[in-house]
Design a binder for this molecule. Sequence first.
Ligand code: DGJ
Length: 558
Amino acid sequence: MNKLCLLALFTSMVSAMPSIGQTRDSHVDLPHLERRGNATQLLVDGKPFLVLGGELHNSNSSSVEYMKNVWPHLTTMHLNTVLLPVAWETIEPEEGRFDFRCVDGLLEGARANNLKLVVLWFGAWKNTYSSYAPAWVKTNTERFPRVQMSDGRGTERLSPFSTTVRDADARAFAQFMRHLREVDGNTHTVLMVQVENEVGVIPESRDHSNAANAAFAAPVPSALTSHLERHKATMDPELRAAWEAAGAKTTGTWQDLFGKASLTDDLFMAWQYATYIERVTAAGKAEYSLPMYANAALIRPNYEPGQYNSGGPLPHSMDIWHAGAPSLDFLSPDIYFNEFALWAGRYTLPDNPLFIPEAQGGSAGAANAFYAFGHLSAIGFSPFGIDDQGNAPLDLVGITNPSEHSDNSAIGYVYTDLSRLAPLILEKQGAGSISSALMEGEAQRSARLSIGEYTATITRAGGTSSAGARLAAMFIATGPNEFLVLGSGDAQITFSTDKPGPPIVGIESIDEEFFENGAWVPRRRLNGDEDSQGQALRLYAGDLAEGKIYRVRLYRYR
Ligand code: DGJ
């Protein structure tokens, strides 16, 4: 066979292989994830798509009427996707009687406003509780058992050990996905689905029901132990340390394998939630195979399992989640903490692309969005509570500077720029020629970033009050010596190199550019005082609002 024939054979084999998260028989045009060069991307109608999202407050999508005033506000912010809940209690108010009027109204509203949706399935759990389960589930605790405290008291949490709960949840979810296929299978308004919301148990580290106690005393399932053995080399270091400290056994109870610590309870619950969610996800995908994921409430400093959601899809239990819920396409962090880069990085793995369904908004969110898309090739970013302009979400209270969060105009500006740059960003994510620097607090005065054969040194400049303590700059290589640069605040950027060749870097030119009639158009050539006599690029906090970016050309000499 000649080389051309081999290439044709290889190409047809590759295109016949299912993409990540797709079943073999799913329709190729459905929204799906695909590895494209260096990045895993979401493809919508055959093209890569950057989710410039925002998540609604929890209760607003329960009313189509209420949403009428919300949609236009979202489009003015240049969102292209809205994350909103669909609750089990809404679609199955009586057992076996399904009502999709609200779902249909939400689809209609989104379409009329040219918006895509990511649906959050608020089934058995939302923030560990079961408040979105229908009344016929909530009130029948005999049939639908709850997580129990160690003293025997019940809780408002359905037990993940109950197959009755699981099967009822999965049946409802499957009906929902079937309906979605019928009404949206060609239009693709809904791009992805989050299965449940921030699962886990609090305030104790595990369920103490009889079913849970029996599972805890039983051997760890071999489906998990064999996965751990196979993935030993790449396993999360914390999980591996716990396993090795207990002797790296491959058979035994949970405590035999991971020790007598509360972390073991967390890992045990992680397996239970993961395998439960696997059944729900698989039932939904069998009807309509959209990408699906689960989201995590992260861990506040020094919190123990049970103080944080024990069993959620956290970094230290990702291997357990991947083993228990292979139908999920990825696991996602809800990042309200100041250490954005740390948490986002822990969810950016070769087998786990980054999608951030909840995050802080405002100027802090704007900086974080630059970092997520530019540095971590995120599929999407989505500040929580995007439908109001004033109130910080509960998760932010006491965590960060609320003034940095409360005004979402910065998100509007950053999404305006990002939507204009999206095709280029997606191309460069795949090519590995885009990156971003992020400074996470005023104490951090500068950052260094490798961009192609150059190093950019970004230093805070001017006042930071208008831009907040967070500052990001994004660099998109448009040639070996040319970059588009945009940032979220006042900064000065100098360039150097440590690569072989002439050692000194000069600025050949800097042009400011604005988006006009579908293209970036140069306006002023910035020189003299405006680029420190050819020594530095200056970014301003007002650039985002002005929609201004910079095209920088560099050269090297001796
Ligand atoms: C995290 C949850 O996932 C959201 O639904 C919402 O309750 C926020 N917390 C509130 O800050």
